[in-house]
Design a protein around this ligand. Sequence first.
Ligand SMILES: *[C@@H]1O[C@H](CO)[C@@H](O)[C@H](O)[C@H]1NC(C)=O
Ligand SMILES: *[C@@H]1O[C@H](CO)[C@@H](O)[C@H](O)[C@H]1NC(C)=O
Ligand SMILES: *[C@@H]1O[C@H](CO)[C@@H](O)[C@H](O)[C@H]1NC(C)=O
Ligand SMILES: *[C@@H]1O[C@H](CO)[C@@H](O)[C@H](O)[C@H]1NC(C)=O
Ligand SMILES: *[C@@H]1O[C@H](CO)[C@@H](O)[C@H](O)[C@H]1NC(C)=O
Length: 339
Amino acid sequence: MFMHFILLVSYSLTFLCTHQVSSFDPSCTEFPVFTPSALVVKYGDPANVTCDACQKDCRGDSFGLETPVGEVRQNGTTMIWTVDRLTEWDTYLICYYNTDDGDQCTSTVDITIYQPPESVSISFVNHTGMMFENQQYTLQCSVQNVAPVQSLTVTFYRGNTALGHQQSNSEQKKPVNESFTLNITPSREHDGAQYWCETKLELGPAGPQRPPVVTSEKLPAIVHYGPELKEPPNPDVITITEGDTLHLNCSSVGNPSPSYTWTLPTNSPSYSGSVLTIKSVGFEHEGQYICTVSNTVGTVTKEFNIDVQVNSIPYIIAGMILGALVLVGLSVGCYCKHN
Ligand SMILES: *[C@@H]1O[C@H](CO)[C@@H](O)[C@H](O)[C@H]1NC(C)=O
Ligand SMILES: *[C@@H]1O[C@H](CO)[C@@H](O)[C@H](O)[C@H]1NC(C)=O
Ligand SMILES: *[C@@H]1O[C@H](CO)[C@@H](O)[C@H](O)[C@H]1NC(C)=O
Ligand SMILES: *[C@@H]1O[C@H](CO)[C@@H](O)[C@H](O)[C@H]1NC(C)=O
Ligand SMILES: *[C@@H]1O[C@H](CO)[C@@H](O)[C@H](O)[C@H]1NC(C)=O
């Protein structure tokens, strides 16, 4: 009976032991290690990576590296994978070893194969010809044959000003063509500005030190807008003294350049300049002047109401002379009287 008990206990202990080995001590005590741990390779470039199938506790003697491309050399438990030209978009590398218990311990390495865009171009969507101020337009940046598009950042620029960044939602690993759009509402300050887009493949720390950048050509913007007067509005009435010089300034900006027409109070010859000058104002110049500024986009008008005042200086001088004469006359009279 005692012997039976011993046997039972030892059997249970053995059972417990084997049970513990398979549940608490997983058969993979370590995993194969790739060096480097991530690969970023330009399409068509050579690549290499090593894998230590098992570094310390290699009990199995069967290990290997599975991959559809390249060559694998072996040195001990280290495998060296090389490829002269990586041209397979769906590449993978699986490094493994088999444990005594028939389990397989595997590791994979992240492989990113990239291709900078073949071309990047910018255009307007559904629009040709001129642009108008305060209207909305859509810029489109078209990128051709880029991979992986997920790592691509597209930035729209006006001159040196970045207008916005965009990224793709696609997870496609092979090269794709994709267009990115941005709505813009140009203002007159943007007339003559240049729009362009820049693409950057940001491939992380394993990627090239300088992310590949491809930029589009520059798209000049011509923004048309109606005339705008440069000088502040006039007072209701402009008073000027007879004989003075009068400048009526109607200077305006606009695109295309505006033209000027004047409506004058008298039957003066027509005038089409931005500033109307009258060298010496007379009473015949009194009245309303209307300047009409227009281009293909719009028209503005400016009114000048001119009031001409009598120049009193000649009268004052005349008055003074007259006064002096009177005084002289009086004193002469007195002198005569005294004598
Ligand atoms: C392996 O790849 C690295 C990084 O691309 C490179 O510097 C090195 O020369 C390559 N070695 C071989 C043997 O091809
Ligand atoms: C194998 O690896 C050992 C140790 O890293 C090295 O000394 C030896 O040159 C390697 N042999 C080959 C054929 O690469
Ligand atoms: C461009 O115009 C076409 C035809 O008028 C229309 O079908 C299309 O949706 C427009 N595209 C955009 C982006 O507005
Ligand atoms: C991208 O566009 C180019 C030119 O239009 C075309 O030749 C190529 O097949 C396109 N690529 C894809 C992936 O659609
Ligand atoms: C008219 O106004 C414009 C804009 O303010 C100014 O540049 C120009 O010198 C003015 N011309 C005259 C003759 O006053």
